[in-house]
Design a protein around this ligand. Sequence first.
Ligand code: ADP
Ligand code: MG
Ligand code: MG
Length: 252
Amino acid sequence: GSTLEIKNLHVEIEGNEILKGVNLTIKGGEFHAIMGPNGTGKSTLASAIMGHPHYDITEGSVLLDGKEVLDMEVDERAHAGLFLGMQYPSEISGVTTSDFLRSSINAQREEGNEISLMNFIKEMDRVLDELDIDKNMAQRYLNEGFSGGEKKRNEILQLMLLKPEIAILDEIDSGLDIDALKVVAKGVNEMRSNSFGCLIITHYQRLLNYITPDQVHVMLDGRVVKSGGPDLAKRLEDEGYEWLKQEAGLED
Ligand code: ADP
Ligand code: MG
Ligand code: MG
């Protein structure tokens, strides 16, 4: 398995410091959850790690098996085994979901070792079944006119086909009804292995009833202020974030 180490990460957007020194280590075989109120920098963390150009990294580092991710081009990050599920996945007109997935898989592979069309279709059909996705979706343009739930399932479809070393999943539960949530959770759970580590960003505890994290971290005001086991998520569900704000001296 791989290890992703986030060390003292500081990130600014347009001169405003959003992340103020985030430290977090995710190893293969581990599921970590980050929770926190809206606007505390959870998505900023995900976007900065994946190299979104609007985010200025002013301090710190992100190491994948000791290699500096922040020095890599965006496509190199995917090639190195990182996967980012977007909170708001984009539409790509003119590219079918199936073509997009196949070229994504091949982009991760060495030249001459591309997946054959037959093996790709076999693998895709298996995962489509697994995720209860209508086979026709694969022939539609990527995310175009997809419902919120379809976009999320599509993201998990990508995850299961690409088999990254480390995935960062940002609010994969938002806008899902309970059945879709279970399907998405089943897909993520099926990925569990020593060669897969996952950072699950969520606003609500609900998702964590279906995907049990090994560790839960709470982000407040651009920092991880508390880490614990799954019980921490339950306590947040019952008591909210106020007690943690007080503990962290963030009461206003
Ligand atoms: P979360 O995912 O925890 O809800 P975000 O990372 O989306 O939080 O946002 C953290 C803070 O950064 C918020 O105050 C938000 O307004 C600000 N922010 C996010 N994206 C931008 C942007 N593109 N330009 C300016 N400010 C932004
Ligand atoms: Mg948000
Ligand atoms: Mg967010």
